[in-house]
Design a protein around this ligand. Structure first.
Ligand code: GLA
Length: 383
């Protein structure tokens, strides 16, 4: 009798446990409000992190980052000027912490960037008298830099933006010091050095505005040449610094499919959607925001209007729908920052504006755009 009574009295309890667990499971499966979970069968969701974030200085943001992102890119700390500030002197303090942070949170860690015309100190291209160095010297410097940095994180950094922004708007090659001193093969050489330093790392070419066809055509030519020479390139990064009205969805679509047809993986690497009036990069940095200019150039300093918030949400959703269409060739969609407060677009091209380009607001709360992006994942039919 005893065991029987025990079984009977336990039954309702275990039943209710099962019921509770099922309810919990279905609710969380239905209502996951984390970006990385919503897209887990499609692509990684990344964020560019600044130093403060990967040193864990803001605990509330830390939880947000860990919950939503399964990949990270360093906004600045792996760029030449920070990691290799003077000849023979490398400073790995921040970069080491960045990589540790990614590993501690089980994130795919990306390296950005090895060879670029910006944020690279002048000494790299000059001799002691300030004159341009010769080709062999610059190649040797490039090799030392890439071997040291990529070598240090061998097996830990999954993929590298090897060359950033080598193509002009008209499709010609940018006349950077790299090109002028080494010649057009500097791109191939950079990839070879990176491959030698870590044969298992994925290597990428990264650029902006490839959605505009003249520039895209130039990048296609470059990619074809690299492929023909068997350069170990795995993919292309479309930066994705977008506006409410640029690029068109057709441009976005054809850009992804064009590079995919070349046999490249395509990643969205620096996604944001700028909502402020356009200012040219030539004059923006020298501008002072007078009271008058505040009105015309910084219209949302008191808050984003409901209309623009909705427009941005629709825009994000439309872009994610294109990314989802190409989920077989896209491995990662990375946002360039976490909250609106972090974004470079608050200070570029004009300093001191209030922009709203990301998915979390200044308080770390979900924006309308966040909800819209999550909904694209929920609505997308996967066979
Ligand atoms: C480019 C670079 C990034 C970053 C952004 C602006 O897109 O690739 O590293 O500097 O500009 O923040």
């Amino acid at each position: 009798m005893k065991p029987r009574r025990a079984t009977l009295s336990l039954l309702p309890f275990s039943l209710s446990l099962i019921l509770a667990a099922t309810t919990l499971w279905t609710t969380s499966a239905r209502k996951s409000d984390a970006l990385k979970d919503a897209f887990k069968s499609d692509f990684l969701i990344g964020a560019a992190l600044n130093r403060r974030q990967f040193f864990g200085e803001d605990k509330s943001e830390l939880a947000l980052i860990a919950a939503n992102f399964n990949s990270i890119t360093p906004e600045n700390q792996l760029k030449w000027q920070y990691i290799h500030p003077s000849p023979g002197k490398f400073d790995f303090t921040a970069a080491d912490q960045y990589v540790n942070f990614g590993e501690q949170h089980n994130m795919v860690v990306i390296g950005h960037t090895l060879v670029w015309h910006r944020q690279t100190p002048g000494w790299v291209f000059a001799d002691e008298k300030g004159k341009p160095v010769d080709r062999d010297t610059l190649l040797a410097r490039m090799k030392e830099h890439i071997y040291t940095v990529v070598g240090r994180y061998k097996g830990r950094i999954k993929g590298w933006d090897v060359v950033n922004e080598a193509v002009n708007a008209d499709g010609s090659m940018r006349q950077s010091p790299w090109l002028k001193i080494i010649g057009a093969d500097y791109v191939a050489r950079a990839f070879q050095f990176a491959h030698e330093a870590d044969p298992s790392a994925e290597l990428y070419y990264n650029d902006y505005a490839l959605e505009d066809s003249p520039k895209r055509a130039g990048a296609v030519r470059l990619m074809e040449q690299l492929k023909k020479q068997n350069v170990p390139i795995a993919g292309i990064g479309l930066q994705g610094h977008n506006r409410l009205d640029w690029p068109s969805l057709e441009q976005q679509d054809i850009t992804i499919s064009t590079f995919a047809k070349l046999g490249l993986r395509v990643n969205i690497t620096e996604l944001d959607v700028d909502v402020l009036p356009v200012v040219s990069e030539d004059i923006g940095p020298t501008m002072k925001l007078t009271d008058e200019l505040q009105v015309s150039l910084n219209p949302f300093r008191g808050g984003l209007t409901a209309a623009i918030s909705t427009e941005q949400a629709k825009r994000y959703a439309a872009l994610f729908n294109v990314y989802l269409k190409y989920r077989d060739v896209i491995d990662r969609v990375t946002l360039w920052g976490v909250t609106d407060a972090d974004s470079w677009l608050n200070n570029w091209p004009v300093r001191g504006r209030t922009n709203y380009p990301l998915l979390f607001d200044r308080g770390g709360q979900h924006k309308e755009a966040f909800t819209a992006v999550l909904k694209t994942a929920e609505d997308f039919k996967r066979d």
